[in-house]
Design a protein around this ligand. Structure first.
Ligand SMILES: [Zn+2]
Ligand SMILES: [Zn+2]
Length: 159
């Protein structure tokens, strides 16, 4: 990693990745916006987080709390698990790895985004979403399901 590597772990430089979005350029995709919001936390640029909330949730944003979180957490890594888009609606499921109070923590969220006038906005988020991404596991149909339900695979996720 060079000093200009983007904090969002895209492998790109900050200048070609989240930098322009934090500076106000519209993000090309919902995923790019999500990444830039993570980067905004890493860089303590909460203006960007605040202005990319959809109007209906803007009142729920607690700026002081967000700044405290940004300060207290040691951001380690962002994993985008899945990103889908259909027209002006996007969903991004992600894991954020961070340290807080000396402990390794994870934030798992499935976030919804909406594009308004060419600008993606964060509109909703489900933390610890139900329905994990399908794991690609080769499992016999009569073996226990890998999801941990205790049922046979064929009677559970293998149906
Ligand atoms: Zn980035
Ligand atoms: Zn199962």
């Amino acid at each position: 990693m060079t000093s200009s590597a983007c904090p969002c772990c895209s492998g790109l430089s900050f200048e070609t990745c989240c930098g322009p979005i934090l500076a106000g350029a519209p993000s090309a995709t919902a995923e790019a916006l999500m990444r830039s919001r993570y980067t905004a936390f890493v860089r303590h640029d909460l203006d960007h987080v605040e202005r990319t909330h959809a109007p209906e949730i803007r009142d729920d944003f607690n700026r002081a709390e967000a700044e405290r979180v940004a300060d207290e957490c040691d951001w380690q890594r962002l994993d985008v698990l899945r990103a889908t888009e259909e027209g002006d609606e996007g969903t991004v499921e992600f894991l954020i790895h961070f340290r807080r109070d000396g402990q390794d923590m994870r934030h798992h969220e499935r976030a919804s985004f909406r594009r308004v006038d060419g600008q993606w906005l964060y509109s909703a988020g489900e933390v610890n979403p139900k329905g994990e991404p399908r794991r690609v596991v080769k499992v016999g149909r009569n073996e226990p399901c890998p999801c941990g339900s205790g049922k046979k695979f064929k009677a559970c996720c293998g149906r």
